[in-house]
Write a protein that binds this ligand. Structure first.
Ligand SMILES: *[C@@H]1O[C@H](CO)[C@@H](O)[C@H](O)[C@H]1NC(C)=O
Ligand SMILES: *[C@@H]1O[C@H](CO)[C@@H](O)[C@H](O)[C@H]1NC(C)=O
Ligand SMILES: *[C@@H]1O[C@H](CO)[C@@H](O)[C@H](O)[C@H]1NC(C)=O
Ligand SMILES: *[C@@H]1O[C@H](CO)[C@@H](O)[C@H](O)[C@H]1NC(C)=O
Ligand SMILES: *[C@@H]1O[C@H](CO)[C@@H](O)[C@H](O)[C@H]1NC(C)=O
Ligand SMILES: *[C@@H]1O[C@H](CO)[C@@H](O)[C@H](O)[C@H]1NC(C)=O
Ligand SMILES: *[C@@H]1O[C@H](CO)[C@@H](O)[C@H](O)[C@H]1NC(C)=O
Length: 489
């Protein structure tokens, strides 16, 4: 389309002022004419542009929503203690993704992006999301942005995505039949490994129970900080509380991390301590190990690798690239090798065959016992020392159940802190919103919350981000016993 308006060149010799005055007048008229013409042209252009847009408006639209913008909070919504977010993230990119909810507008069309609702049974907005709404209500949230809420996956979808056992029978263990037999199972339970070691822990600390501690550990990006916050709010060692008359400075029995460092391999449990100040013995701490579906964990490592280094780690398309061709070309041939990785820990570096092998090796040290009695070593699935292994997925979707079991295991009492004024006395303190603080964890202005996590970690099967051949390579690497035990299969 042609639409141009050019101004005629002004006259050269202007002598008399009168002439000048009339010229000015003429110029003004010309200018107005041209202005109108231009405006008209612009309108036509805009119309044509809009017409093309209307005919090609995609079915799927992305809407960026942040917690800040969409949630109406009454009273003290901020979790005031310094804590890091659920995923140990420090990457802006990932932050952005967390704040972004993808909404299928063909199914959930709510034109007003600012519309707030109170989810309810009458219009169906509550259906399948009752659990999350109940949690949010304990934090005085009364309304939520309609589109944001629509992006929350239903409980049923979440359960399918976090219990991925190949074995149907195994899987159904975690569901309680709705009663009628034909009703689909709806009440699952979290997977907590190592509960048989609780009594050993309590026994070995029975002489001085006020010294008992609970401390998280786990690979990078597995929610260790989030768990320590949940425990800090909700679990107390009553012996310790009464001994120190509730003095919060002495702590209520929860530590930020295990003494050998939360990311440090378990083999350093007795060989390395992060802090110079020794407050308690190794046997006095119950480590809670966070494990995460390796398919989602590896992608998370690609976005935020911390101290892990491997070839091609920055190539978002191919990362985690568990194998690479030796000639640097295709992947999927015989001529390929595992993509070796280096990790640097507090006590020193470590090497693994691939990112998948790191996952096996690291969790293997917490899961298996190695006995070498001279006639060859054996590996068993009996616990090397008292500890619990808890899933990242379960602390997001079952924070209450998981916290309760951990607390009870360590001889603690699930209970509200006297100094915690953010929730009503006697209720569980759900961490709805977390502010990033802590060293190396990005600016405090970056936040995420429970809804973001439910959308992000519940909506999809983590395997969907991988190709068939990538899944094959991963399956060849990932420890089948660990995969099945935690239903990551
Ligand atoms: C929507 O998301 C897709 C995939 O992430 C991206 O390619 C596209 O540019 C986004 N569109 C808008 C309008 O943001
Ligand atoms: C939450 O709401 C209840 C009842 O309206 C109120 O008593 C309580 O103080 C509120 N809590 C906060 C932290 O605002
Ligand atoms: C969006 O909704 C349409 C119609 O229900 C459906 O065909 C499409 O698969 C949906 N897309 C996504 C990404 O969920
Ligand atoms: C820790 O120390 C024990 C014995 O003192 C030793 O057998 C073990 O190899 C050490 N582990 C590491 C990772 O250095
Ligand atoms: C890992 O460390 C070894 C030796 O410390 C080094 O030769 C190798 O290049 C490192 N690999 C990567 C991917 O950083
Ligand atoms: C060493 O361990 C193996 C396997 O657990 C066992 O069969 C064997 O009897 C043990 N040997 C000794 C000397 O304890
Ligand atoms: C909170 O509950 C505990 C135990 O039920 C009780 O002892 C305490 O006085 C309560 N505190 C307040 C402020 O109501």
């Amino acid at each position: 389309m042609m639409c141009t308006a050019t101004t005629s060149t002004p006259n050269k010799n202007i002598i008399a002022t009168s002439i000048q005055r009339s010229r000015t007048k003429f110029r003004l008229v010309t200018f107005l004419k041209l202005f109108l013409l231009k405006a008209l042209c612009s309108l036509v252009v805009i119309n044509v542009y809009m017409a093309t847009q209307i005919s090609t408006v995609p079915q799927l639209e992305n809407i960026s929503l942040s917690m800040k913008k969409v949630m109406h909070l009454k009273g003290g919504d901020e979790d005031k203690i310094a804590l890091n977010n659920i995923q140990d993230q420090r990457n802006n990119n990932e932050q952005h993704q967390i704040h972004t909810a993808i909404i299928n507008h063909s199914t959930n069309t709510i034109k007003d992006d600012k519309m707030m609702i109170t989810p309810n049974a009458q219009d169906g907005t509550l259906q399948g999301k009752e659990r999350l709404w109940t949690i949010l209500q304990t934090r005085n949230i009364t309304q939520v942005n309609a589109n944001y809420w629509a992006s929350v996956p239903s409980w049923d979808t979440i359960l399918r995505n976090i219990h991925r056992s190949k074995n149907e029978e195994e899987k159904n263990k975690h569901f309680v039949d709705g009663g009628g037999g034909s009703t689909p199972p709806t009440l699952p339970s979290p997977i907590i490994h190592g509960l048989e070691t609780c009594s050993t822990f309590q026994q070995q600390t029975s002489i001085n129970p006020s010294q008992r501690r609970i401390a998280p550990a786990g690979l990078f990006n597995t929610g260790t900080n989030y768990l320590s916050v949940l425990l800090e709010y909700n679990c107390q060692n009553s012996h310790r509380v009464s001994k120190f008359h509730g003095n919060a400075k002495r702590g209520h029995g929860n530590e930020w991390e295990v003494p050998w460092g939360k990311h440090t391999p378990a083999s350093f449990r007795r060989n390395y301590t992060k802090s110079k100040i020794k407050k308690y013995e190794i046997e006095e701490v119950l480590p809670i190990i966070l494990i995460r579906n390796p398919f989602s964990w590896m992608k998370s490592m690609c976005r935020n690798p911390y101290t892990v280094r491997w070839k091609g780690m920055h190539d978002a398309k191919t990362c985690p690239q568990l194998k690479y061709a030796m000639d640097g070309t295709s992947v999927g041939n015989v001529d390929e090798e595992y993509n070796a990785i280096n990790v640097s820990y507090g006590p020193g570096p470590s090497h693994h065959k691939s990112l998948g092998h790191l996952w096996n090796d690291w969790y293997g040290e917490y899961l298996y016992s190695n006995t070498n009695n001279g006639s060859g070593g054996t590996t068993t699935t009996s616990a090397p020392f008292p500890r619990l292994i808890v899933r990242f997925e379960d602390i997001i979707f079952f924070p209450y159940e998981v916290t309760q079991q951990i607390c009870t295991c360590a001889g603690g009492i699930l209970g509200h802190r006297i100094d915690d004024k953010d929730v009503v006395n006697g209720t569980f303190h759900y961490v709805v919103r977390s502010a990033k603080a802590g060293v190396g964890h990005g600016p405090a202005s970056q936040r995420n919350g429970l809804i973001d996590s439910w959308v992000r970690y519940g909506r999809d099967n983590p395997k969907d981000e991988y190709s068939e051949s990538e899944i094959q390579v991963a399956k060849e690497i990932l420890d089948p016993w660990i995969m099945e035990t935690f239903e990551y299969g």
